[in-house]
Write a protein that binds this ligand. Structure first.
Ligand SMILES: *[C@@H]1O[C@H](CO)[C@@H](O)[C@H](O)[C@H]1NC(C)=O
Ligand SMILES: *[C@@H]1O[C@H](CO)[C@@H](O)[C@H](O)[C@H]1NC(C)=O
Length: 316
């Protein structure tokens, strides 16, 4: 009797477990059932993981060991330094870096014009991102295609062109029909991506000296262009809305001197009570007692006159 009950109990349990695993997770995903796609950040069991994870493989396309290896790389990416500036936690821990989640499906069925699953997943599922430092890498085994959706901050690091560059050597494997090849391809790609996120990636063929050379040439080019522009502007007579200063040998005519004599030239912007002259007799003796006159250092005053004289020529 007890044996029969035990048997029935075990059978029921098996049915429940089997049923819950089999029914809730489709093998063909689409816009209608994508809500059920689990997140390895909370529903890790449904993703086939035993703890919080970065990989979700609900259809078990990879072996447990393969998933474990990929998860280790993604965990390493998360140990990069926090890219969110003021939104980073003040206590420095080593797990606030970039977030990369790998989502794998057996078959995703698009219905034309529908947004990519990777993007939908990143925007609707929990990724714990603070400032768009997250990326979702989606792999669809039915068409052997990898798609990537990045948040804004992540995109600034893993740009389109870097993605293309680091993906190229693994592209054949990623597109392969063989699951183990796909695994090797993804592993290789993620390994290099991890260097990008850690800031230790150097593009192939571009060594450090090449970077320095490029920087030096760029600086020289900039200085050259700036000089051209500067020369052009200073030689352009109307640029500042002024005529260039007349040469010193073009002294004003006698009558012009007579006209301007006795007038305070325009450049004598100075505390009231001080009048300028032609530089030989700078301070008017009858305002010597004014307090502002004493405050004005002679050097400053002389310089003001000099600058003014230089700009407008000797007009007084
Ligand atoms: C799961 O991960 C958390 C930290 O993320 C850790 O504290 C916990 O011990 C882990 N559980 C198991 C069963 O490994
Ligand atoms: C994926 O699912 C769709 C819809 O059920 C089906 O038409 C297609 O043949 C499947 N693709 C593969 C590779 O199994």
């Amino acid at each position: 009797m007890i044996r029969v009950r035990l048997f029935v109990g075990v059978l029921l349990l098996a049915c429940l477990l089997g049923g819950s695993l089999g029914q809730t997770l489709p093998t063909v995903w689409d816009v209608q059932n994508r809500e059920q796609y689990p997140s390895p950040r909370d529903d890790f069991a449904a993703c086939g993981r035993s703890n919080y994870s970065w990989v979700c493989d609900p259809n078990r396309m990879f072996s447990r060991e393969q998933v474990e290896e990929l998860n280790t790389i993604l965990d390493g990416i998360h140990k990069s330094s926090c890219p969110c500036g003021i939104r980073c936690p003040t206590s420095s821990t080593n797990d606030n870096g970039f977030i990369v989640i790998l989502a794998v499906v057996e078959n995703y069925s698009y219905r034309g014009g529908e947004e990519e699953f990777a993007r939908w997943y990143r925007e609707h599922k929990q990724t714990d991102a603070r400032c768009g430092e997250d990326a979702v890498i989606f792999y669809d085994f039915s068409i052997n295609r990898m798609t990537i959706s990045t948040g804004l901050r992540n995109f600034q690091t893993l740009t389109d062109s870097i993605t293309e560059t680091i993906r190229a050597p693994y592209d054949a494997k990623i597109k392969s029909q063989n699951r183990d090849e796909v695994f090797e391809g993804l592993k290789g790609f993620l390994g290099v991506a991890s260097k990008v996120y850690h800031g230790t990636y150097t593009p192939p063929g571009l060594k450090v000296w090449a970077h320095l050379l490029i920087a030096a040439l760029a600086s020289l080019g900039f200085i050259f262009m700036a000089s051209i522009l500067f020369c052009f502007c200073t030689s352009c007579k109307t640029f500042w809305g002024e005529k260039p200063a007349p040469a010193l040998d073009e002294m004003p005519a006698e009558e012009e001197l007579g006209k301007s004599a006795g007038r305070v030239p325009f450049y004598h912007i100075m505390p009231s009570g001080i009048k300028g002259d032609d530089g030989d007799n700078l301070i008017d003796p009858d305002v010597d007692s004014s307090p502002t006159a004493q405050e004005m250092p002679a050097d400053d005053f002389a310089m003001m006159s000099k600058v003014a004289a230089g700009r407008k020529g000797r007009r007084v």
